[in-house]
Write a protein that binds this ligand. Structure first.
Ligand code: GUN
Length: 297
């Protein structure tokens, strides 16, 4: 049985880390400036804590100035907005990321829009979303997960996707919508599917590029995939599995890897596919922001 190429995001992220680390060191030499990343987490969501710890550690490994603000779950909107204002005005900070989701009492929209657009390394500010959707990708911060997916896709198919059908499952602001903008910018013909889409497998079977960003473990089966497709699995789902009579926790994607791997031309694993690329795109955006700040000063 044929088997897809595995798109190794962990290895690619490690290669990028070397370049980013060298570029950060060069910026320090030329301008005495270290890229500064502030990550804010509110509450105790265990998955968010893991993501934030990884982001902080990766920033440190790249030689960045890295700060984490951990706020209690009952933090007020006013307190959080004040922190963002402080970080907006802090010259040592070039990137601000508030980990989502926030506790229910906080207004996520107001928080993401309070971050200064030039420090919005998540690309969630309306100004940056507007630039992305209008095709001005060169001078905006592209959201990290879609940016990482595009690099993995380009490794397989090049950067011009003319004539290719791309299907995204999931219409979130973090992944689905910005992913559609990027694929369109690369000349793909783009379809976004979501929970109200009828005959989902009928649509996914037409995809030369399939991006799954649903949040449902193993939902996309091998027979939903066009033979020879490039499959990018954005899902990170924690599931319980029985191993020798013991229940163990394991990460799995939105794609049923064991069946998809025999149909696709290339596929990302979970873990080790999109996840490490997302973190590295955050480093890349922070470095870009620091360079822009250096050129202004
Ligand atoms: N939660 C899940 N993904 C992300 C992300 O890319 N950025 C932020 N801020 N929160 C997230």
């Amino acid at each position: 049985m044929t088997s897809a190429a595995i798109m190794d995001g962990k290895a690619k992220a490690a290669e990028l880390a070397e370049i980013i680390t060298a570029d950060a060191a060069a910026l320090l030499r030329s301008h005495g400036m270290r890229p500064g990343l502030a990550v804010v987490i509110v509450g105790e969501d265990p998955a968010s804590q893991v993501y934030v710890r990884n982001k902080k550690r990766t920033a440190e490994n790249c030689g960045f100035h890295s700060v984490q603000h951990t706020l209690a779950a009952n933090t007020s909107q006013q307190r959080l907005l004040r922190l963002i204002q402080d970080l907006n005005g802090d010259p040592a900070i070039h990137g601000i990321l508030v980990q989502l989701p926030l506790p229910k009492h906080l207004d996520e929209l107001a928080v993401t829009q309070a971050i200064a657009p030039e420090k919005d390394v998540d690309g969630f500010h309306f100004q940056n979303i507007g630039k992305l959707t209008s095709g001005h990708t060169a001078d905006t911060f592209v959201p990290c997960t879609p940016a990482g997916c595009m690099l993995l896709i380009a490794d397989q198919l090049g950067s011009d996707l003319s004539g290719l059908d791309a299907v995204i499952i999931g219409r979130s602001n973090i992944v689905g919508k910005p992913m559609a903008s990027l694929l369109l910018q690369a000349n793909a013909t783009v379809t976004i599917c979501h929970s109200r889409t009828r005959n989902l497998p009928g649509i996914t079977r037409r995809a030369d590029i399939l991006v799954a960003a649903i949040g449902r473990p193993n939902m996309v089966q091998g027979d939903w995939i066009k033979p020879g497709a490039v499959v990018v699995d954005v899902g990170i789902n924690r599931i319980d599995v029985e191993v020798d009579g013991e229940t163990k926790s394991r990460l799995t994607g939105d794609v049923d890897f064991s069946s998809a791997v025999h149909v696709a031309k290339a596929i990302t694993p979970v873990p080790g596919g999109v996840g490490p690329m997302t973190i590295m795109m955050l480093m890349s955006n922070t470095l870009t922001s620091a360079r822009l700040a250096a050129s202004r000063s």
